[in-house]
Design a protein around this ligand. Structure first.
Ligand code: NDP
Length: 483
C-alpha cells in the first residue's frame, strides 16, 4: 500500500512541496515498510504558512462567530462521512488497529469540531455594572496559534487544537509528529472543503526544529504542544521568552487504585483500557496499578486470562484488537524497560516478548510485585507495560500514588461511594475516573497538574486558552481630574 500525499505540506489552501527539506520516510509500523515520503519544512515553507495564517486570521476573525461555527460543524460532518477512509489512513500512519481508529480518531476529531462549532456563537464577553459607570469585556482571539502534535493520535490532536482555536477566531499552523505526518493533511483538506478561508489551518512537516522555529516566531501568539515532558519544558521556555500563551499536554505515569471491594472484572477492564489501548501509547494511561492485597491474586489471574485474549493480527482486519508500537525506536525503548523490569526483580505475569515478525510488535505485558523504586514504576514507558503494585492501607496508597512528578490522570475502582470521592479528591491529577478509565469526551475538560502540563483542552475550559479579554471602562458622566 502507498499513502503518498499530494505534497508534504498544506499551506494557504493548497498542497505545497519543497524538496530542499530533509526527507522523512513514513513507515507502516505493522510491517516496517515505507508507505510515503515527505520533506521537512524549509524556512520558506514555514514563512509561507505563517504569512498565510496571519492573512487568513484577520479575515476569519471578522466573520460572525456563528458563521465560523458553521464551517467547523460542516467539517465535522465531512469527517464523519469519510470516517472509514480516514481511519484506514490513521492505521497506516500509526499502526493502531482499524477496530480502534474507526471509533477513536476521526470520530473524536469530528466531536471536537462539532462541539466547538456549536459553542462559537455563544462566546461572549460580559457587562459589568459599576453604579453610574459600567464596563464590558470583549472576548478576542489570540492571533495565529502553533499546534505541535505527538504521534499517538494524529487526527484527534490536530482537531482538539484546531477546533477551539478556530472557534475563537484564531488561525493555526500545525506541525504533526515526524513519525505520523499524514492524517493532519486530511484535516486541512476537510476544513478547506467546509469553507474555511485558505491559510486558516496550515500543516507543515518536520522534526523538532520546525516546532522550535514556530514556537519562537513573533507571528505566533500561542503554542499548544502535545508531547513529552522534556520537549514541553523546552517549548514552554522558548514560548515564555516571547511571552506567548501556551497549552502543554505532556506525559504521565498515572495511578489506578483497585480496592478489595471493587468489581474485579470492571477493574481488570479498566486496567486493560488504561494500559493496552493503542498498544499503551496513551499519555493518560494508568500504568501504576495499585491493587489492595486481598484481591491481588484474583485480579492478576483474571487480568492474565483476558490479556491473553488480545488479537495481534493484521491491523486492517477489524478482528485485530492490539497493534504494534509506532516505530522501531519506540519498540526498542519499550523492550529496554521490560528487560529492566525483569532485572530489578518484578514478576512477569504475562507478555514480555517482541514478536518474531516484521514490524514493531510487543506483547501486552504485565509485571506484578512491582515496588515504587523500580524504574518501570517511575518512568513513562509509553508502551504496553503495566506495573501492578500492592497496597494495604488507603492513606498509604494515596501518598504513594502522588509520589511522582507527573499529574495527568488517576483512577479508583471501589463500590464504596464515599471512598471513591475521598480518594479522587486526594489524588493530584487533572483528569480522573471513578470505576472507569481513559474516557475523554469533548464535553469534559482534559489536562494535567504538576509536570504533566498546563492548560486544558476540550470543553468550555479550552476557550480560556484560545482567547483573551479586552476590558473597556465606560464613563457616563464628566471626567474629574485633579488639575
Ligand atoms: P515528543 O515530545 O518527542 O514530541 C512531540 C512533538 O514535539 C513532536 O511533533 C516533536 O517533533 C516536537 N518537538 C520535539 N522537540 C521540539 C522542540 N524543541 N520544539 C518544538 N517542538 C518539538 O513526544 P512524542 O511524539 O514522542 O509523543 C509521546 C509523548 O507525548 C509522551 O510523553 C506522551 O505522554 C505525550 N502525550 C501527551 C498527551 C496529552 O494530552 N497529555 C497525549 C499524547 C501524547 P518530532 O518528534 O517530529 O521531532
Amino acid at each position: 500500500m502507498i499513502c503518498q500525499p499530494t505534497a508534504s505540506h498544506f499551506v494557504d489552501g493548497r498542497y505545497l512541496e519543497d524538496e530542499a527539506g530533509d526527507e522523512i520516510a513514513v513507515i507502516y509500523p505493522a510491517t516496517g515498510t515505507p508507505i510515503a515520503t515527505v520533506h521537512a519544512a524549509t524556512d520558506a515553507v514555514i514563512d509561507a504558512a505563517l504569512d498565510a495564517a496571519t492573512r487568513a486570521q484577520a479575515e476569519w476573525a471578522a466573520l460572525s462567530p456563528r458563521a465560523r461555527g458553521r464551517v467547523l460543524t460542516d467539517a465535522a460532518r465531512i469527517m464523519r462521512a469519510r470516517n472509514r477512509e480516514l481511519s484506514e489512513l490513521e492505521t497506516y500512519d500509526t499502526g493502531k488497529p482499524l477496530s480502534e481508529t474507526l471509533v477513536a480518531d476521526a470520530t473524536s476529531g469530528a466531536d471536537a469540531l462539532e462541539y466547538f462549532g456549536g459553542l462559537a456563537g455563544t462566546l461572549t464577553g460580559e457587562h459589568i455594572p459599576l453604579g453610574g459607570d459600567w464596563a464590558y469585556t470583549i472576548r478576542e482571539p489570540l492571533g495565529v496559534c502553533a499546534g505541535i502534535g505527538a504521534w499517538n493520535y494524529p487526527t484527534q490532536i490536530a482537531c482538539w487544537k484546531a477546533a477551539p482555536a478556530l472557534a475563537c477566531g484564531n488561525a493555526m499552523v500545525f506541525k504533526p509528529s515526524e513519525t505520523t505526518p499524514l492524517s493532519a493533511l486530511k484535516v486541512a483538506e476537510i476544513l478547506l472543503e467546509a469553507g474555511a478561508p485558505a491559510g486558516l489551518f496550515n500543516v507543515v512537516q518536520g522534526m523538532g526544529m520546525v516546532g522550535a522555529r514556530l514556537a519562537t516566531d513573533p507571528r505566533i501568539a500561542k503554542v499548544s504542544l502535545t508531547g513529552s515532558v522534556p520537549t514541553g519544558k523546552r517549548v514552554y521556555a522558548a514560548a515564555a521568552a516571547e511571552m506567548k500563551h501556551v497549552t502543554m499536554e505532556l506525559g504521565g505515569k498515572s495511578p489506578m487504585l483497585v480496592f478489595d471491594d471493587a468489581d474485579i472484572d470492571n477493574a481488570v477492564g479498566g486496567a486493560i483500557l488504561g494500559n493496552f489501548y493503542s498498544s499503551g501509547q496513551v499519555c493518560s494511561n494508568g500504568t501504576r496499578v495499585f491493587v489492595q492485597r486481598g484481591v491481588k491474586e484474583r485480579f492478576l489471574d483474571r487480568l492474565a486470562e483476558r490479556v491473553r485474549g488480545a488479537v495481534m493480527g493484521d491491523p486492517m482486519d477489524e478482528a485485530t484488537t492490539f497493534g504494534p508500537m509506532v516505530s522501531a525506536t519506540q519498540a526498542d525503548k519499550v523492550m529496554g524497560y521490560i528487560t529492566q523490569g525483569r532485572d530489578e526483580g518484578a514478576r512477569l505475569v504475562c507478555g514480555g516478548t517482541r514478536l518474531d515478525r516484521p514490524g514493531y510488535w510487543i506483547e501486552p505485558t504485565v509485571f506484578a510485585d512491582v515496588t515504587d523504586d523500580m524504574t518501570i514504576a517511575r518512568d513513562e514507558i509509553f508502551g504496553p507495560v503495566m506495573a501492578v503494585l500492592d497496597f494495604d492501607d488507603e492513606a498509604d496508597a494515596i501518598a504513594r500514588a502522588n509520589a511522582t512528578p507527573f499529574g495527568l490522570s488517576a483512577g479508583v475502582f471501589t463500590r464504596d461511594i464515599s471512598r471513591a470521592h475521598r480518594v479522587i479528591g486526594a489524588l493530584r491529577a487533572g483528569s480522573c475516573f471513578i470505576n472507569s478509565y481513559n474516557d475523554a469526551p469533548v464535553e469534559v475538560p482534559f489536562g494535567a497538574v504538576k509536570m504533566s502540563g498546563v492548560g486544558r483542552e476540550n470543553a468550555r475550559a479550552a476557550i480560556e486558552h484560545y482567547s483573551q479579554l479586552k476590558s473597556v471602562y465606560v464613563r457616563m458622566g464628566d471626567v474629574e481630574a485633579p488639575f
